[in-house]
Design a protein around this ligand. Structure first.
Ligand code: AMP
Length: 144
């Protein structure tokens, strides 16, 4: 998918937002949803998406809504840090297929890193155990 084009309301995150498919929720407010990545690149890999917008990527996000969205990204990242105590955290976001984007609803990745643990492949890993993800989400929620 190109960097430019129309928002597809059948993308997987739109379906999650409509409650048509489940997610392991970490945080939600009026404009943001955060949930566990089901193909995590590391322990605690969390995604933060905006609600109520048809933005395929960061470039399409209404400017006035960016600051709240970024506050939510930081809020969740801080909770991830407190809950899991990583050595570092990668916060990343891809725009367009050529940049590595695979789901075309804007999202930031929060990926905790440990110096002695290798990073899994992007969007190409093993599906996580749901009970394990629920337990990690509960740990993060406790720090929100
Ligand atoms: P990107 O490649 O930046 O578009 O990232 C999309 C991310 O969504 C990848 O890290 C996938 O593992 C993740 N993902 C895909 N389907 C789901 C899903 N149903 N629930 C949670 N995460 C998902």
């Amino acid at each position: 998918m190109s960097l430019h084009g129309n928002y597809d309301s059948e993308n997987i995150f739109a379906k999650i937002l409509r409650g048509e498919i489940p997610c392991v929720k970490v945080y939600e407010d009026a404009a943001t949803l955060a949930f566990m990545d089901v193909f995590p690149q590391s322990h605690g890999h969390t995604l933060v998406i905006p609600k109520g917008v048809e933005a395929r990527n960061f470039l399409e996000m209404p400017t006035k809504q960016i600051s709240h969205y970024m506050e939510s990204v930081q809020k969740v990242a801080l909770a991830v840090e407190r809950a899991l105590g990583p050595d570092g955290i990668v916060i990343t976001q891809f725009n367009g297929e050529a940049a590595g984007q695979t789901v075309f609803h804007l999202h930031f990745h929060i990926i905790p890193r440990w110096t002695d643990k290798q990073l899994g492949d992007h969007a190409n890993g093993q599906m996580a155990d749901m009970e394990e993800l629920q337990a990690i989400a509960a740990e993060i929620q406790a720090e929100l």
